[in-house]
Design a protein around this ligand. Structure first.
Ligand code: SAM
Length: 286
């Protein structure tokens, strides 16, 4: 089977199997070798690695991963792609394809069984409709992870990377930056995909911290505070937290904590750094 990372070979496979794209699954297949090579390079995978690929499609990137990693596990939801994948990946004996929704897969079990519980690397051209649940699922389930190198919508990549004081800053920025160091490594235009998406894309690498950059007494409580602070963007932090209902604190306690942190009672959540959110969550937890 020829490599797929170009329009001619991709079209040939799609026609051979009479494949119809399913919009609901966010299917935009890569057709640009430069982008594929860049993703592989930036992911830093070696022959020691177990790689998890989310959404292999017709196997375009999977072929590159199989060449460069020790072993690849690829999880694809669309059953119509499974016969295609067994054809396009027939030359590789180090790839396992699982026909399942990635949000239902026990990734810890895969890491345990196939990698002795050692850290895995995730590489994917993600289906954009579930980018956030996939990333948060990977982090929150505490899968042993070294890095996640993924294609996402450009705007979402920006959100993951920015700090306070910008319009893109929010709960996703803080959650990602609590777990990993984000770095946008490439911007990718729509013409690198078939069919073309309506949005620009970017490859972002999230390198997992061994220990989070801030220490908190209760991780779940930190994230509850962060979510409450951004739920009502135009409200002050004080009102956001008071109205949340699940934080178990009074308005007076919040005011006291803000005063200890030398923050104004009218401050908005979007101006706080991760360190400040951590400090606030520790004060309110006292
Ligand atoms: N990796 C291929 C490539 O780069 O050409 C395809 C990428 S395409 C953007 C996203 C892929 O994810 C599609 O093959 C789609 O069917 C699959 N997908 C969508 N939702 C999924 C889910 N919940 N679990 C697993 N795969 C999913």
């Amino acid at each position: 089977m020829a490599t797929l990372g170009n329009p001619t070979n991709t079209i040939a496979v799609l026609q051979k199997y009479n494949f119809n794209f399913q919009k609901k699954y966010g299917q935009n297949f890569l057709i640009d070798t430069h982008v594929l090579e860049k993703i592989i390079r930036e992911s830093g995978i070696t022959k020691d690695d177990l790689v998890l690929e989310i959404g292999p499609g017709i196997g375009t990137m999977t072929q590159y991963l199989a060449e460069n990693a020790r072993e690849v596990v690829a999880v694809e939801i669309d059953k119509n792609l499974i016969p295609i994948l067994s054809d396009t990946l027939s030359a590789y004996d180090n790839v396992t394809v699982i026909n399942e929704d990635i949000l239902k897969v026990d990734i810890n079990k895969i890491a345990e069984e196939k990698n002795n519980g050692k850290s895995i690397k995730v590489v994917a051209n993600l289906p954009y409709y579930i980018t956030t649940p996939i990333i948060m699922g990977l982090f929150e389930s505490h899968v042993p992870l070294e890095s996640i190198t993924i294609m996402v919508q450009k705007e979402v990549a920006d959100r993951m990377q920015v700090g306070p004081g910008t319009k893109d800053y929010g709960a996703l920025s803080l959650a990602v930056q609590y777990y990993a160091k984000p770095e946008i490594v490439a911007n990718v235009p729509p013409n690198c995909f078939m069919p073309r998406p309506n949005v620009g894309s970017a490859v972002i690498k999230l390198s997992r911290y061994e220990k989070p950059p801030v220490q908190v007494k209760d991780e779940a409580y930190l994230f509850a505070i962060i979510r409450a602070s951004f739920n009502q963007r135009r409200k002050t932090l004080l009102n956001g937290l008071t109205n949340a209902g699940n934080l178990n604190v009074t308005k007076e306690q919040i005011l006291e904590a803000l005063e200890k942190m030398k923050l104004s009672p009218s401050i908005r959540g979007e101006t706080l750094t991760l360190e400040q959110f951590a400090q606030l969550s520790n004060l309110l937890k006292e």
